[in-house]
Design a protein around this ligand. Structure first.
Ligand code: BES
Ligand code: MN
Ligand code: MN
Length: 456
């Protein structure tokens, strides 16, 4: 028999979707100073709805950056407590001209809702809140004790929430965390994510001459910081993507034989992935490892952009005084961000060509995490997912990072159930981000049934 909350969710689905669209119209891009007020507006939007549905002690928690949103409902004596987490900030929408409909005007097309943040992560946060509303309205109470904690800086490293979790663990006391910010392995396939990569995000700045110079008058004598930077970058990885920083692989723990075996039986078609998701001629990466191993269980290094010099239309003959590269690394257990950054920095300083000054800065970092699956909350999750999706759950890792998940484990002693409803082709961080509307609906149902099951 369907729970009353499921019926409520079905009857109110059109309104849930309209509300999500209103949230998506707020451009809460956490990295852009001009969107600071929009981030606060998105936070206040969540506060208002949490109050409306009957969550208590709802309010903003100020940080040095964008505010956290907190609320709780702790009246289920004898029942476990869940800490529900998600993020209301989004990545920048650029390049704008590649969007088929404007990023902050949510638009329905072919069974999908298109908007920046549709699935990462406002749509999934909304699914969590609407699951709580359905339970509250249908039953007059929640099946277990609930704390919610949403942040607005996940996409820029999550410093505010990390400080809060480290300094006020008692305020977040719970038996487990529920994180909805991940994806299904394939359409229609219920999935729990049990591992994330960590990261360090750096800037390498190279300075040559004291000022920009005429490249005819000085070319041949003055150092060019872009060329120096190119030499540095070329020495970071070999042609197969193996990172050349000495000792970098020393702390990498390989996945267990059981985990590797399970990954082999996942429905993964490398050729389909190359063609439809990546869209490149070939895939690259370390020899001897499968795509899933390379993206889930191996450290990687990427260059994101090289600001500086002349990038306008046309030609300018100049030797720029400085050049910069934004470079990040993804980390796997048991690499630590601090030690990895130290290794990266000293290697870059060592290989820097003569004649230029190099500065290596750390912008943000986060730990990798691995979640154990032998607890009753994971059992409850697979049961709930089976009811809603009609299939057994697959356990996967993800190459992405959610910095705070490791801290839930380390500082709060809470295992996370990472139950997310994105799809591999949802274009997160890219133009035309979408949330498959069926997944929004089934996501709400899954979260309702999970909270009921986990309550015992
Ligand atoms: N939700 C993603 C992480 C993710 C993506 C998990 C795909 C599972 C599947 C998250 O919002 C994200 O993008 N994180 C950033 C974190 C970084 C900026 C610290 C990332 O991974 O780049
Ligand atoms: Mn996310
Ligand atoms: Mn993201």
């Amino acid at each position: 028999m369907a729970s009353k909350a499921l019926v409520f969710a079905e009857q109110n689905h059109a309104r849930f979707l309209d509300e999500l669209k209103a949230l998506l119209r707020i451009p809460s891009v956490s990295t852009l100073p001009e969107n600071k007020e929009d981030c606060r507006k998105a936070a206040e939007f969540l506060v208002a709805d949490l109050k409306k549905i009957g969550i208590e002690n709802v309010g903003l928690i100020e940080t040095e950056g964008h505010p956290l949103v907190y609320g709780d409902w702790l009246h289920a004596a004898g029942k476990p407590t869940v800490l529900i987490y998600g993020h209301y900030d989004v990545q920048p929408a650029e390049p704008l001209d590649e969007w088929l409909s404007p990023p902050f005007e949510p638009t329905e097309r072919n069974g999908n809702l298109y908007a920046r943040g549709a699935v990462d992560d406002k749509g999934q946060v909304w699914a969590q809140i609407k699951a709580l509303e359905s339970l509250m309205k249908a039953d007059g109470k929640l099946p277990m004790n609930v704390r919610v904690l949403f942040e607005g800086e996940e996409e820029v490293g999550g410093e505010g929430i990390a400080n809060y979790v480290a300094s006020k663990p008692a305020n977040l006391k719970a038996d487990f965390a529920l994180v909805s910010d991940t994806e299904l392995f394939a359409p229609g396939l219920p999935t729990l994510c049990v591992g994330l990569r960590g990261m360090i995000y750096t800037e390498v700045e190279v300075r040559g001459a004291k000022t920009d110079l005429h490249s005819g008058m000085y070319g041949g004598a003055a150092p060019n910081p872009f060329v120096s930077l190119a030499h540095i970058i070329a020495k970071l990885k070999d042609e197969d993507g193996k990172i050349l920083i000495p000792g970098i692989y020393d702390n990498v723990i390989p996945p267990s034989p059981e985990e590797l075996k399970a990954w082999k039986s996942l429905p993964f078609d490398e050729e389909h992935y190359r063609e439809t998701e990546v869209g490149s001629k070939v895939l690259v990466g370390e020899k001897g490892y499968s795509v899933l191993e390379r993206t889930w269980a191996r450290p990687t290094l990427e260059v994101h952009g090289m600001p500086g010099g002349f990038i306008g239309a046309g030609a300018k003959t100049v030797i720029p005084a400085k050049a910069m590269a934004k470079i990040s690394m993804r980390l796997v257990p048991d690499m630590t961000p601090a030690k990895t950054f130290e290794m990266f920095k000293s290697y870059v300083e060592k290989i820097a060509p003569v004649g230029v000054d190099v500065e290596v800065r750390l912008l943000h970092s986060g730990d990798a995490c691995l979640i154990g699956v032998d607890n009753k909350y994971v059992q409850a999750a697979t049961k709930a997912l089976h009811e809603v999706w009609g299939k057994d759950t697959v356990f996967i890792r993800s190459g992405g990072s959610i910095p705070i998940v490791g801290d839930f484990d380390r500082h709060l002693g809470q295992p996370s159930v990472m139950m997310g409803f994105g799809l591999p082709d949802d274009n997160i961080h890219a133009p035309n981000e979408k949330f498959h509307l069926k997944n929004f609906e089934l996501g709400i149902q899954s979260l309702i049934r999970f909270l009921e099951e986990a309550a015992g």
